[in-house]
Write a protein that binds this ligand. Structure first.
Ligand SMILES: Cc1ncc(COP(=O)(O)O)c(C=O)c1O
Length: 385
């Protein structure tokens, strides 16, 4: 089976083999990222070639980590709606407000995209089991894709993860371990278990392919806009694979010649005031983020005190001319209610992006002419108690 991409370390640029189940760079421990021969791919692959393909994330398979003849482990992820909310645009004072509704993915969150790609590669590479620490949604997604692949799954989550998500993982057959602590504590347990058992560790950015699944949000968004890009993208940021993946997508789309050169969107990070390591690093002008002590927020997916890809998130903000802001739990819950009252079942993390938009408008990072895209990363129903 021939894979077209290579794996390159995001820090030291060392090339790693795609064989088996690659993890992080063995030299410096930084995330590995997939690199495709985009000149060659772009010469033979054009937007019109997408016509007639399924409306899911594998329609972009030429820039995905699968061999030509390979069937991905899929549950129909991607192909989510991009919805316009005129009243909310007027309220925020922007030209256009669109929401990418990721809650409609299998298992109700954008994590499905990343897990479909990661499980596809690791299953082909011979993984005998999967393990991940998770704030919740990644565990739900891994449980589903592991089951789809017929490979056992163990997940470590904070004990106060939304109960619906815990029930979902169990219902999908995963071995669920609840930890009195944060996702970082879960990570320690998951890595120890992986070392003992030989299960493959699918933690955020500790393997190269979840980013590849997440990047399809950027491809899809551009396709839905007729291969034009919006001015600003607001993303509720925890571990950061979404923002890193989309920034990678825009670079690839430019290299393919599918979007206008030199005109990529500005990327904006929104975090919760109770756990905002990236915002703090951004404000200090730092290139990496210190661990956040005492992380606490109702937006479970944003309760990530330390991110392995912190320097990649901050790089995307700098390169794109974006910014980062923290909103309080009261603001993000109120904004998620606001979205729901317009018919969008937004999760707290999705609400954070609307609250963030108001903050960025107030600080004039985002202007009245801007066409803005918010990401509702998960379904409201998963947060019911
Ligand atoms: C609903 C939701 N939104 C956002 C995030 C943060 O995503 P990322 O790790 O891509 O920054 C998570 C992560 O758990 C999540 O579950």
């Amino acid at each position: 089976m021939k894979l077209e991409h290579t794996l390159i370390c995001s820090r030291c640029e060392r090339e790693e083999s795609v064989e088996g189940t690659p993890g992080v760079c063995p030299e410096c421990g930084a995330p590995l990222l997939a690199r495709y021969p985009l000149d060659r791919v772009g010469a033979r692959w054009k937007p019109k070639d997408l016509a007639g393909r399924g409306w899911d994330m594998w329609r972009y398979r030429e820039v995905m980590p699968v061999a030509r003849e390979e069937e991905p482990i899929s549950l129909g992820e991607g192909g989510t709606p991009l919805l316009e909310f005129e009243p909310l645009a007027r309220e925020a004072g922007v030209a256009k407000l669109l929401v990418k509704e990721e809650g409609l993915n299998p298992t109700g969150s954008f994590k499905a995209r990343g897990m479909s790609a990661a499980v596809t590669r690791a299953a082909a590479g011979g993984a005998k089991g999967f393990v991940t620490p998770s704030a919740g949604n990644a565990a739900g997604a891994l449980s589903a894709y592991g089951a789809r692949a017929g490979i056992p799954v163990r997940v470590y989550m904070p004990a106060d993860t939304p109960p619906v998500i815990i029930a979902e993982c169990r219902a999908l057959g995963a071995n669920v371990r609840l930890i009195d602590g944060l996702i970082t504590d879960c990570g320690v347990e998951a890595r120890a278990f992986a070392a003992d058992s030989g299960y493959f560790d699918v933690s955020t950015l500790r393997e190269p392919y979840r980013v590849e699944g997440k990047k399809t949000m950027g491809y899809e968004l551009c396709e839905q806009l007729g291969w034009r890009i919006p001015d600003a993208i607001l993303y509720p940021t925890g571990g950061g694979t979404g923002i890193i993946g989309m920034w990678k997508a825009f670079a690839e789309l430019e290299a393919l010649g599918w979007i206008e050169a030199g005109r990529r969107p500005r990327m904006y990070v929104v975090q919760s005031a109770g756990c905002a390591p990236i915002v703090r690093a951004w404000e200090a002008g730092a290139e990496s983020a210190d661990r956040w002590v005492g992380a606490e927020t109702l937006a479970a997916g944003l309760r990530v005190p330390a991110a392995l890809g912190d320097f990649l998130i901050l790089r995307a903000l700098r390169e794109s001319g974006g910014a980062a802001v923290a909103v309080t739990d009261t603001e993000l819950m109120r904004a998620s209610r606001r979205l729901r009252h317009h018919g969008l079942p937004a999760c707290p993390e999705g609400g954070a992006t609307l609250a963030g938009l108001h903050a960025f408008r107030a600080e004039e990072h985002i202007g009245p002419e801007d066409r803005v895209v918010l990401f509702n990363t998960g379904a409201w129903l998963k947060y019911l108690v």
